[in-house]
Ligand binder design. Structure first.
Ligand SMILES: *Cc1c(COP(=O)(O)O)cnc(C)c1O
Length: 358
C-alpha cells in the first residue's frame, strides 16, 4: 500500500493513523464481535464513543457548559436553513457578510426564511479581500450576523473575529480545529465534517444554550437544535460510524498536542507555500496578504496553457486533487490538519521543478 498526498478541498485527507485504527477495528470493534457500524446507537459502546467524541471536541476547543455540542447530519449546507429557522425567534431579519461562494450560498438559502441584509461584500474584488469592518452596515436589531471565516473556494480567511452586538454565527467548515478560537465570542458555530473532522455528512454545531428553544413553528423536527440537544443528538439514528471516526480524529489531534501545536504546524505549512509562491514569477496567489487562508491556497500559473500538464504531472507524482474550483480556475492546494508538512514540501519541490522545465 502506498498513500499519496491528497490536497482535495473536501472530502479531504484524514490522518493515516486514524484510518489504520479504523481498519483494525472495522470488523470486530475492540473484541465486541461486531463492527461499530452494526451496533445500536443506544448500546453502551456507541454511547461511550459519542460521549468521548464530544468530551474531546469540547476539550480541544475549550467549549464551556454554556454551549451545546450537536452531532448532526446533512452537511453545512443544511445549516444554511437551520440557522435562520432556529435563531430568528421573533425577529424578521439577519445580517450576512458576503466574502465568497459559500457566503453566497448561505445568503441565498437564508433568504428563504429571513429578510437578509448583506452588510458587506467583497464581490467587487472578485472575493480576494475582506471588506473593511468599519464599512459594514450592521443592524442592531438583526437576529444574528452570519459570516464565513474561511472561504474554501477563494482561499480567503478571517484571521480575526468580528465584534458585533448580535449573536455571531460562523460557518467554520474549512477552518475549524486548525487553530485555537475563543468559542465564547460566538452564538453559533457550524462545520461540515469532511475538511478537518471526518466523513462527509456529519455536521458539528456548537450553539450557546440561551439561543435554543426559539425555533420557528415551521422548523422540521430534525433541524430543531433544541430537539437534538435534549436527545444528545440521538433523536433519530445518528451517523454513528462518522461520529466514531470523528472521535478518532479528535483523539489524534490531542495526541499531536492539541490546537496550539496544530496551529504552529499549520502556520509553518502555509508560510512555506505562500513564501514559495510569492518568490516565484511563475506562480501567483490573488488574495490580499492579510486575508490569506491557512487551509486553502489557490494559485495560478503564468502560462495558463500549462495547467493541464501541471495537473497530469502532479498527479503522476502522487500529488492529488490540485485542480482549482470550477468557478475560479487555476490550482488550489488544500492543506488541512491531516495533510502532513512533507506533503507541502513535496508539492513545493514539484512546483519548483515544473517551473524550471516550463
Ligand atoms: C464544504 C463547505 C460547505 C458545504 O458543506 P457540505 O457538507 O457539502 O454541505 C459549506 N461551507 C463551507 C465553508 C465549506 O467549506
Amino acid at each position: 500500500m502506498s498513500r499519496k498526498y491528497n490536497f482535495c478541498a473536501g472530502p479531504a485527507s484524514l490522518p493515516e493513523a486514524v484510518l489504520q485504527q479504523a481498519a483494525a477495528e472495522l470488523v470486530d470493534f475492540q473484541g465486541a464481535g461486531l463492527s461499530v457500524m452494526e451496533m445500536s446507537h443506544r448500546s453502551a459502546e456507541v454511547v461511550a464513543i459519542a460521549n468521548k467524541a464530544e468530551a474531546d471536541f469540547r476539550e480541544l476547543l475549550n467549549i464551556s457548559d454554556d454551549y451545546a455540542v450537536l452531532f448532526l447530519q446533512g452537511g453545512a449546507s443544511t445549516q444554511f436553513a437551520s440557522v435562520p429557522l432556529n435563531l430568528l425567534g421573533d425577529k424578521s431579519s439577519a445580517d450576512y457578510v458576503n466574502t465568497g461562494q459559500w457566503s453566497k450560498k448561505a445568503i441565498k438559502e437564508g433568504k428563504r426564511f429571513a429578510d437578509v441584509n448583506v452588510v458587506a461584500s467583497s464581490e467587487d474584488t472578485n472575493f480576494t479581500t475582506i471588506p473593511a469592518v468599519d464599512s459594514w452596515q450592521l443592524d442592531k436589531n438583526a437576529a444574528y450576523l452570519h459570516y464565513t471565516p474561511n472561504e474554501t473556494i477563494g482561499g480567503v480567511e478571517f484571521l480575526w473575529t468580528p465584534q458585533v452586538d448580535v449573536p455571531l454565527v460562523a460557518d467554520m467548515s474549512s477552518t475549524i480545529l486548525s487553530r485555537p478560537v475563543d468559542v465564547n465570542q460566538f452564538g453559533l458555530i457550524y462545520a461540515g465534517a469532511q475538511k478537518n473532522i471526518g466523513p462527509a455528512g456529519l455536521t458539528m454545531v456548537i450553539v450557546r444554550k440561551d439561543l435554543l428553544g426559539k425555533a420557528s413553528a415551521h422548523c422540521p423536527t430534525m433541524l430543531d437544535y433544541q430537539v437534538a440537544a435534549e436527545n444528545d443528538s440521538m433523536y433519530n439514528t445518528p451517523p454513528t460510524y462518522s461520529m466514531y471516526l470523528a472521535g478518532l480524529v479528535f483523539q489524534w489531534l490531542k495526541d499531536q498536542g492539541g490546537l496550539t501545536a496544530i496551529e504552529a504546524l499549520n502556520r509553518r505549512k502555509a508560510e512555506k507555500l505562500y513564501g514559495f509562491i510569492d518568490a516565484s514569477a511563475f506562480y501567483a496567489n490573488p488574495v490580499e496578504v492579510a486575508s490569506r487562508s491557512w487551509m486553502n491556497i489557490p494559485f495560478t500559473l503564468a502560462n495558463t496553457d500549462l495547467e493541464k500538464q501541471f495537473l497530469a504531472e502532479s498527479e503522476a507524482a502522487g500529488l492529488l486533487n490540485l485542480k482549482g474550483h470550477r468557478s475560479v480556475g487555476g490550482m488550489r492546494a488544500s492543506i488541512y490538519n491531516a495533510v502532513p508538512e512533507e506533503a507541502v514540501d513535496a508539492l513545493i519541490a514539484f512546483m519548483k521543478d515544473f517551473e524550471a522545465r516550463a
